[in-house]
Structure formats: structure tokens, C-alpha cells
Design a protein around this ligand. Sequence first.
Ligand code: AMP
Ligand code: ZN
Ligand code: FE
Ligand code: FE
Length: 299
Amino acid sequence: MTNEVPVANEIDLHTHSTASDGLYAPAELVRLAREAGLTRLGLVDHDTTDGIEEAESAGERLGVTVIPGIEVNTELPKGLGDAHVLGYYVEYARPDFQRSIHMLRDARERRGERMVERLRALGLDISWERVRELAGGAVGRPHVARALIEAGYASSVSEAFDRYLSPGRPGYVPRYKLSPENAVRLIKSARGVPVLAHPAYIPDLEETVLAPLVMVGLQGLECYYGEYEPETVERLLGLADTYGLIPTGGSDYHGPNMHPTPLGGRYVPESSAERLRLCGEFNHTLPPPPFTLPEPTQQ
Ligand code: AMP
Ligand code: ZN
Ligand code: FE
Ligand code: FE
């Protein structure tokens, strides 16, 4: 399946805009997608759907179908690191859903502010106001990285992470995160299609993460991701097949110099986008299961 010839890729299901930590505004991202020859574009900003309407109307003008989505970062059990859950075709206008993701963004703000405090205590002259300004929408560590670069403390986002922002580095502060199961439930509560993002690095993926997530309603696995090697894609396609999951994919494009894969740079087969669409349509015929965000245990 991976040897489908990537003649002209038309699909990218994983991109970010200025609504979270992408560098291009939603309409601009859609314009670039069109320029790259894409006909379908998934917008999955971190913890926010605020870019979707702008992207959709640009898409209507330019002939690009925008697939509404979200990406939710979660914490794996037993210190195994984090896992990201994508939600496609979420009915994002639902008030309960908006309330929940608003709380996740609030946690991002509190954490960002504390990270700036830590960095300032180390003598680095950056300000929380500037970080918020650079973010515009959902604040993330990449915005702190940009403030550090601007002030001359790092020359690239990855250097800023390596020196200050990654776990174990002096500016790092953890933030409230859902469990992957609860991220799946949150997405289901808005009748979206939950998909486990870029799963290749997750240790003991099948037993620890995949099987339990399928039990709570996971419906897709991101197999065609970024720079994944053909062997990795094959392994993930095998797992998707075993668990009846839709194999999705995309570039995780954030703008230049952020992730290595260009917009539309990872081939995603037509069948993936079509299965995803049908699954979204089907989910929208079901009653949405209620979900309440658990109380934060960690701030
Ligand atoms: P946050 O959600 O605020 O914790 O930030 C996480 C985001 O930062 C991820 O989604 C990545 O886009 C980015 N990121 C994480 N680690 C790195 C790194 N080492 N270099 C560059 N970007 C990173
Ligand atoms: Zn990001
Ligand atoms: Fe991610
Ligand atoms: Fe992403």
C-alpha cells in the first residue's frame, strides 16, 4: 500500500495555523495548500478550532476542501511521555466542547506564564506580554521559543527547546493534560473521529496505547506521517488493519523551519480521506456521548 506512486499528492490531513503554533493565518495556509496542488486540507490546531471558519471560507473561494479538526496533547501513563490525539469532523460549535478546549487553553496560558517567570529568574529578558502577542491564539512552547529567538537567546526553535524548553531543561514547566482515553472521549462528545497522531515513537504502542484507546472509541491511526520511513508506515498500516482503524496522514506543517516536511509533502491516499469523511458522516448520525473534563490534578 505504501508503494502507491506519489504522483501528485492532493491531500494533507495534518496542518497548523496561527490559531495555535503555525506561522500562517488559516486563509494564507489554504492559499499555500492550493498553490501546492492540494484539494483537501485538514486543519488540526492544538486545543483550538478558532482557525476553522476562516480556513473554510478561504477553501470555498479557492476550491480546497477544509477538513475541520483539532489536536489534543495528552500524557501517557507511567512516565511514557506524551501522545497526541487528532479529532476530525468535530462539531466544534458545540458549547460543551468549546468549554472543554477553553479550559485546556487556560492551562496553556498559566503554564506559559510560569515558564516565562522561570526564564526571567534565570536572567533571560523576555516578557509574557510578548509571548502572548506572538501566539495570538493558543499559547505553546513554540511561542516561548520565538520570544527567546527574538531576544537573541537561541538561533532556532529546536535550539530553544534543547536549551530551555524541553522536559529537564531549566524553563520547562508541565501543564494539565488529559489522558489519551479522555482525549478520545472529548472528541467523541463532539461526534468527531479520534485518530492517534504520529504514533511511531510510542513505546509498546500496541498493548499500552492502541488496544485501550480502541476500547474507548479510537477510529484512526496516523500512518503516513511526516518523514516516516516506508518500514514504519508498513508497520503502522499493519496495526491499523488489525484494529480496524482508518490510516490517516499528513505533514504536520507549521510553516517554514518548523517541521521538516513541506505542506502536502507526505503522500496520503485518496482512500484515507474518503474513509475519514464517511466515518465523520456516520458519527454525526449517532447521539453524542456526554463528557466532562476531569478536574486538573497537575498545573
Ligand atoms: P506545547 O503544546 O506548548 O507543550 O508545545 C508542544 C509543541 O512544541 C509540539 O506540538 C511541537 O510542535 C513543538 N515541539 C516540541 N518539541 C520540540 C522540539 N524539540 N523542537 C521543536 N519543536 C518542538
Ligand atoms: Zn504544534
Ligand atoms: Fe503532534
Ligand atoms: Fe501537529
